[in-house]
Every structure is written in structure tokens, then in C-alpha cells.
Design a protein around this ligand. Structure first.
Ligand code: BEZ
Length: 211
């Protein structure tokens, strides 16, 4: 059965471009963003890994560790990283798992046989400090992902883990948030001293606490 939100992210031990890791131990108390690539030395994957390397400091600021996987061996990953650094003007600064036997890809349901029998699709898992899955995304091999959107979602996940809030469509850091429907008006007024704007009984906005 496929992994669902709230499930514990499967633990594994694997070789990576930064040595052997035990996944849960490597995550520690951090958040994680774990994403798959169909294959090494392919154009879209090359741009994606470059994009993640360039925004690694944004992940760091949020206490998020990035890690990639593809079903190619370590030698191939190491050669490909040189190409990524050269062509994307970056320094790949996060581990890439060598998953030749598909142990990790299978545990995470990253191979969708009706799309491709052997390569992984473009999966993303955001994992919380409790090791539970907070977000899943699946893109086809032909479409590169938008990692700024992943950062945006992480901002929302981290905010809503702390406050009884949700974030509206296209929300970004600093914009008004939505008060959770389960919070009565009197409690909302206490929880959100910056004020609650009631548009409908079910649609209440408040400024973002501590943006
Ligand atoms: C790519 O990363 O460019 C790619 C990988 C597999 C299939 C199609 C594109």
C-alpha cells in the first residue's frame, strides 16, 4: 500500500555520496525533504539537483535536511555530481542515495510500473521531526519540480505545527493566515492578539504570528 500523510517514513540504511547513512538517525530532530530522480545523467534531473543545491541555505534556515535518491550506483552519482556542478554553477551539497537494488524506492512506492517499470517517478516526501510524512508529491519524469514551492509548503507546515492556523491559497511568509474552523471566536480572539477578521463565520483571517 502506498505511503500516506501521517505514516512513519520508512527507515533504511543506504550508501550515499556522503557515506553510509541510517535514515532516521541522519534526520535526527530535523525536518527532511526526500526526493527521487528517474536516472543519473538526464537533463531534467540535472536541473533539479542544481536547483536544490542553490537553495540549500534556505532549507538549512528552516532546519530541513535535503536528500535525493536514484536507482543508479555510487560511481555514477559521483560522476554526475561533477556535471551538475559544472552545468548548473553550483556545488551539490546534500547526499544522493545509490539505490541500485531499489530497496529504498520500493519502500517509498517510488516506482510506478504503469509509468516506468524500472526508474522512479519524481516523488517528494516532506518528513517532520517526528519522522511522520507531512507531504507527498508525485510528478512524471517529464516535468521538473518547483523547489521554491516545496519551501513554501514547509513554511506552512512549520507554522501550522505551532499555531492553530491554516494557510490560504498561494500563501507566502508574512501574509495573513486562516484561523482553523475548530476554534470558537472567543478563543480565536485570545490566541491571535493581532486581531481576527471575520469575513464569514467559517472564513476568518489573522496576521501571521511572528513572521
Ligand atoms: C530527465 O531527467 O530529463 C528525464 C529522466 C527520465 C525520463 C525523462 C526525462
Amino acid at each position: 500500500m502506498s505511503l500516506r500523510l501521517g505514516d512513519v517514513a520508512p527507515d533504511f540504511t543506504a550508501n550515499t555520496t556522503q557515506g553510509c547513512i541510517k535514515f532516521h538517525e541522519w534526520l535526527g530532530n530535523s525536518w527532511g525533504v526526500f526526493f527521487s530522480h528517474p536516472a543519473d545523467f538526464t537533463p531534467v534531473c540535472t536541473t533539479e539537483l542544481g536547483a536544490v543545491a542553490k537553495i540549500k541555505s534556505e532549507f538549512d534556515k528552516r532546519g530541513v535536511k535535503a536528500i535525493a535518491v536514484s536507482v543508479d550506483p555510487l560511481d555514477s552519482h559521483n560522476g554526475w555530481v561533477k556535471d551538475i556542478n559544472e552545468t548548473q554553477s553550483c556545488a551539490v551539497n546534500f547526499p544522493i542515495i545509490a539505490d541500485e537494488n531499489r530497496q529504498v524506492a520500493n519502500a517509498y512506492g517510488m516506482i510506478h510500473p504503469n509509468a516506468d517499470n524500472t526508474a522512479t517517478v519524481r516523488s517528494v516526501f516532506v518528513i517532520g521531526p517526528d519522522k511522520k510524512i507531512k507531504l507527498t508529491l508525485t510528478y512524471p519524469a517529464s516535468t521538473g519540480r518547483n523547489f521554491l514551492e516545496i519551501l513554501r509548503v514547509i513554511d506552512s507546515l512549520q507554522l501550522t505545527a505551532k499555531h492553530k492556523l491554516a494557510t490560504p491559497s498561494d500563501w507566502k511568509q508574512g501574509e495573513d493566515c486562516v484561523v482553523s474552523p475548530s476554534i470558537p471566536d472567543d478563543e480565536a480572539a485570545k490566541l491571535f492578539p493581532k486581531g481576527v477578521r471575520k469575513v464569514k463565520p467559517y472564513l476568518r483571517y489573522t496576521p501571521q504570528p511572528n513572521p
